[in-house]
Design a protein around this ligand. Sequence first.
Ligand SMILES: C[S@@+](CC[C@H](N)C(=O)[O-])C[C@H]1O[C@@H](n2cnc3c(N)ncnc32)[C@H](O)[C@@H]1O
Length: 338
Amino acid sequence: MNFEQLFTQGNKLICSLQGLNVAYLGISMGIFEALHRSGGSLSLESLQEKTGVDPEYLKRFCLAAYAFGFIERKDSLYFLSSLGSLFVEEQTKSKTLPLVFQSVFYPLITTQISKFSKAGGHIHAFPPFEDPEVFPYMWTMMEYKFSSLFQQEILPRLSFIEEIERQGGIVVDVGCGNGWLLRRLLSQFEKLRGIGIDSNQEGIAQAQAASSSFKERVQFVAADFFEYPLPQEVSLFTFSRVLHHLWSERSKLVQKLKSYLKPHLRVLVWEPIWPADIEQLREENMKSVAFQNLHENVEGNFLLEEKEIKTFLEECGLTVQQFMLENGIDSIFVGSKD
Ligand SMILES: C[S@@+](CC[C@H](N)C(=O)[O-])C[C@H]1O[C@@H](n2cnc3c(N)ncnc32)[C@H](O)[C@@H]1O
C-alpha cells in the first residue's frame, strides 16, 4: 500500500467509524428504539419526552444521524431510515450491533493498552475498561456476535446433549457472561437444567433478567468458578471464550475438572486459536486474533494454541474431538470421558 492509498483508506475508515459511533449513541440514548417503537415519525419534543435526552444533545444527535443517513426528516419530524432500521430489527441486529459496540470498545481498550504499556501490569477484570456507561454492552455484543455461530455451526454437532437431557444431567456454563449460551441450550432442550457462573455481577444481573422463562431449570450465580461448589450431576461444562481467562490457574482448573470426572462427562471449549506459525497472522481474518492477543495482556491473558487446549483436556482425563468454525479463527474442542 502506498501513501495515497493509505491516506484515502484511512479517511474512509474514520468516516465509517464516526458513523458507527453515531449509531452507538442512537442505541445507548434509546433514540433508535423510540423511533422504531413509534412506528412513524416524531417531533424533537416527543422524542425528548420518550428518551429523557437533553434537548441540545438530542437536536445535535438528530442532525448527525441525519447526516449519516440513519434518520430522515420531513416537516420537522424525524423517522428511522431503512439504514437506521438495521440497528433495531431482530433479523439484522446480530450483524450490526457487534459492529457498533466494537467501534466504541476498541478505542477504550486501546487507551488501556497504552496506559499499561508504560510500566507493565494488568487489571484482572472483564471487560478490561472501566466506563460503567459502556461496559454493560460487552455481553450484549458477545451474544449478538457469537450466538448465531453457536446455533448454526456448533449446536448441530452436539448430539450428546439429548442424552444429557434424558439422564437429567446438568450443564454448567463457566464464565457465562449474560448467559446467552445457556439460554440457547435450554430453549432447544426443554428439560435440560443449567447453572451459569460468572465472577462479574453485571453479567449475572443481565443473565438473571433474561432467563425468567426458564424458571427452576436455570440458576445464574455471581461467583468465582474455583470457589463455587457444584452438584455432582454435572454432565457438561462449557467454556465459551473463557479458557484463556483461567489459563494462569491451569493446574487448579485441571484438578477441579478431574473432581467431576465420571463416565460420559463432556467439556466443551470454544476459543479463538493462536496460530502455530506467526506468518498466518497476515491473513485477513487473523488480524483480529492478533489484536485480541494484544489487548488480552491488559487482563494478564493470552490466546492459546490448539495443541495447548488439547493437552489440557487430555490432562483432565478426556478424549478430545475438535472442529474449526467457518470463520477460520475459532475452534471447538469436545473432551469426553467414555
Ligand atoms: C470473554 S468473556 C465470555 C463470556 C461468555 N462465555 C460468552 O461467550 O459471551 C469471559 C468471561 O469469563 C468470566 N470469568 C473470568 N474468570 C472467571 C472465574 N474465575 N470465574 C467465573 N467467571 C470468570 C468473565 O467475567 C467474563 O464474563
